[in-house]
Ligand binder design. Structure first.
Ligand SMILES: NC(=O)c1ccc[n+]([C@@H]2O[C@H](COP(=O)([O-])OP(=O)(O)OC[C@H]3O[C@@H](n4cnc5c(N)ncnc54)[C@H](O)[C@@H]3O)[C@@H](O)[C@H]2O)c1
Length: 364
């Protein structure tokens, strides 16, 4: 087992990464027990994940009074109705401030559990047991918690750090192929924004990544968590460098919005968005020509989309990006790369250059 620390003063916590941590209840118990203050625990999960890994978690907690809150599976249920049902559940089961919530699942379960933990009795402890690649390298680390509002994703939320994150790379074996690839988009992003050598290693090992080689995945998850932890430690509530994590996301969110709910997985839209962001970086002469194509090859090789089936309207795309919640004070901001391994936020550029990139991209 390897451990990465998220250094946030009094809120510092470990990310434990090791094979079989979610199938070996003794190992898991040794990690969880020291974190639990009282006698009560609530496991939050969904049926899909509970069927696969629930029993290990219940066995690991056999000395506690364990209540299981099973939510419906899917982004559509990361909402206020499920939040309300979770609050009712904790009240009816008489949980008190010493309770510990355990999020067992992907980013949907993790985000909802985190927000319930942030607000139940003004904040209780929670632990993340992420089971998708996206959750393991991204959503379980950093303390962003939220539910969706009908008018906007993640609009109701708060920052609330977990007590620990426990990651078993072997659980990725059961993940559907598209979900697995979507997580790889965020992994490649870390290489692009923060570690050129990491990107080079990913490019060289796409076949092993596609095989879900668990030794390689353990290393890849660790490096991804290290990069995210380092950025979060510098900027816990996103007033500065944490925005670099949004590389490809401004374009990606616009694609998601314009294509309609459920067409793209988030990581798929981010994959295409990263190509756009790299091409924009080339257009601005920050990135050497040919690097966007190099990134495209890497993303293609791990089965991620890098182009659109049918072109979108440039004007609609621009409009959708202006609406993006990451546009500060009406000023459109973009994360660009000035050479793989580094990134920066820009808010001054010519509209023409952005239009040119989008037009050329949509023309294929
Ligand atoms: N908090 C953050 O910082 C942050 C960052 C990025 C994304 N997010 C959020 O994360 C959510 C997306 O998370 P996600 O991509 O993990 O999706 P998800 O939670 O919907 O999981 C994807 C699917 O895989 C299933 N699943 C989970 N683990 C499995 C396993 N090991 N084997 C088989 N099936 C499994 C789930 O039941 C689900 O059907 C979005 O709501 C997004 O807003 C949050």
């Amino acid at each position: 087992m390897q451990t990465v620390s998220v250094n946030l003063g009094a809120r510092t916590y470990p990310i434990h990464i090791g094979e079989s941590l979610l199938t070996d209840s003794a190992q898991l118990s040794a990690l969880l027990v020291p974190l639990i203050q009282g006698r009560q625990v609530a496991v939050f999960t969904n049926d899909t994940v509970a069927r696969l890994y629930g029993q290990t978690v219940y066995d690991a907690l056999k000395d506690y009074a364990v209540d299981v809150f099973t939510m419906a599976d899917g982004e559509a249920f990361k909402n206020l109705d499920t939040y309300r049902a979770a609050m009712d559940f904790l009240m009816e089961k008489r949980h008190n401030r010493t309770t510990c919530l355990i999020a067992l699942g992907g980013g949907v379960v993790g985000d909802l559990t985190g927000f319930v933990a942030a607000t139940f009795q003004r904040g209780v402890d929670f632990v993340q047991l992420p089971t998708t690649l996206l959750a393991q390298v991204d959503s379980s680390v950093g303390g962003k918690t939220a539910v969706n509002h009908p008018l906007g994703k993640n609009m109701i939320g708060s920052f609330h750090q977990p007590k620990a994150v426990v990651i078993d790379p072997l659980v990725l074996k059961s993940l559907p192929a598209r979900e697995y690839a979507a997580g790889l988009a965020e992994v490649v992003k870390y290489g692009v924004i923060a570690d050129h050598n990491f990107l080079v290693r990913l490019e060289a090992q796409t076949q092993a990544l596609n095989r879900r080689d668990s030794t390689l995945l353990g290393e890849v998850i660790k490096r991804s968590c290290e990069i995210k932890a380092e950025i979060v430690a510098k900027d816990e509530v996103e007033t500065g460098v944490r925005a670099l994590l949004n590389f490809g996301h401004t374009f990606g969110h616009a694609l998601e919005n314009l294509s309609g709910y459920g067409v793209w997985l988030h990581g798929e839209a981010v994959s295409v968005g990263m190509i756009m962001a790299a091409r924009f970086s080339e257009e601005l002469k920050l990135l050497e020509n040919g690097q966007a194509e190099r990134l495209q090859k890497c993303l293609d090789a791990v089965n991620l989309p890098t182009a659109l089936d049918s072109p979108l309207s440039v004007d609609e795309m621009l409009g959708s990006m202006g609406m993006d919640k990451k546009a500060a004070d009406g000023q459109l901001r973009f994360v660009v790369t000035s050479g793989f391994g580094q990134a920066e936020v820009i808010d001054s550029f010519s509209d023409q250059s952005l239009k040119r990139v989008l037009t050329e991209f949509f023309q294929g």
